[in-house]
Design a protein around this ligand. Structure first.
Ligand code: SAH
Length: 257
């Protein structure tokens, strides 16, 4: 069966099965796991997961892949296929509840999906995702670097990195133009990012502005209130968002309440 890959859906199918072993190790797969896979595509990873865990929930947007996918999964009764946009689906409604997110993610939804699942999919305690190298680097970037941004703060508050593996374009068909990486992380004990998320996103919304100006510009609080809150956490009124570490964002959100 031949399938014409769709660029807009980020379809870069895994063809090198050696990568599956790396994904398996980084995911720490156990027989009792319930895995959420977003974008099963032609089912290479889905099949690998289905043979090792209890249930795989596989959410795929492109229904034209159905014949190939069913073919790849022949005989496996523990895969639940859901034909939907993963960003619109209520992941909390999945039964049994997923414990791990393991996926070669469509690159255009990778960042929102990771943040959404960290914030709302409380049953998940481990992630192993294939993303663009640049996106992977952002997740655990440190303050005062170009890669550091809202997603770095939120990921680092909610999770702890457990693994990283660079992946060249040659393992995919068609080959992406960029490098990729597998990144694994587990949920940190304190994972309440909901209170902090609006502050973080507003503060980073305008990278050239000071944090206080960005917060005011986003309509979040007045500039004066923002500067007071920054003073309360021991920061200068003209500090920029990229200078604040994740713990300081928690304090700042507290001071703004
Ligand atoms: N896991 C497969 C395919 C990865 S390509 C493999 O490794 O070979 C990314 C897949 O995500 C494609 O099949 C694409 O159709 C699907 N996809 C893209 N956007 C999606 C969305 N919003 N929700 C669910 N699936 C999506």
């Amino acid at each position: 069966m031949t399938v014409q890959p769709k660029k807009a859906l980020g379809q870069h199918f895994l063809v090198d099965e050696n990568v599956l072993g790396v994904i398996g190790r980084m995911s720490n797969l156990e027989a009792s796991d319930v895995v959420l896979e977003v974008g099963p595509g032609l089912g290479v990873l889905t099949r690998y997961l289905a043979d090792r865990v209890r249930v795989v929930h596989a959410i795929e947007l492109d229904r034209s892949l159905e014949p190939s996918l069913l073919d790849a999964l022949a005989g496996r009764t523990n895969v639940r296929l859901i034909w939907e946009d993963a960003l619109r689906l209520d992941l909390r409604a999945l039964k049994p509840s997923p414990t791990k997110l393991v996926a070669n993610l469509p690159y255009n939804v990778a960042t929102p999906l990771v943040v959404e699942t960290l914030e709302h999919a409380h049953s998940l305690d481990r992630w192993c995702v294939m993303v663009q190298r640049e996106v992977a680097d952002r997740f655990f970037a440190v303050p005062r670097t170009k890669a550091y941004g809202a997603v770095s703060v939120l990921v680092q508050l909610a999770a702890r990195k457990t693994g990283f593996h660079a992946v060249p374009p040659t393992v995919f068909r068609p080959r992406p133009r960029v490098e990729s990486a597998l990144v694994a992380f587990e949920r940190a004990p304190v994972a309440a990012i909901s209170d902090v998320r609006p502050v973080v996103e507003a503060a980073f919304a305008h990278r050239r502005k000071t944090a206080a100006n960005a917060l005011a510009h986003a309509g979040f609080v007045s500039r004066g209130r923002a500067q007071e809150a920054l003073a309360a956490i021991g920061r200068a009124p003209n500090v920029r968002a990229e200078e604040l570490n994740p713990a300081e964002f928690v304090q700042l959100a507290g001071a703004l309440r």
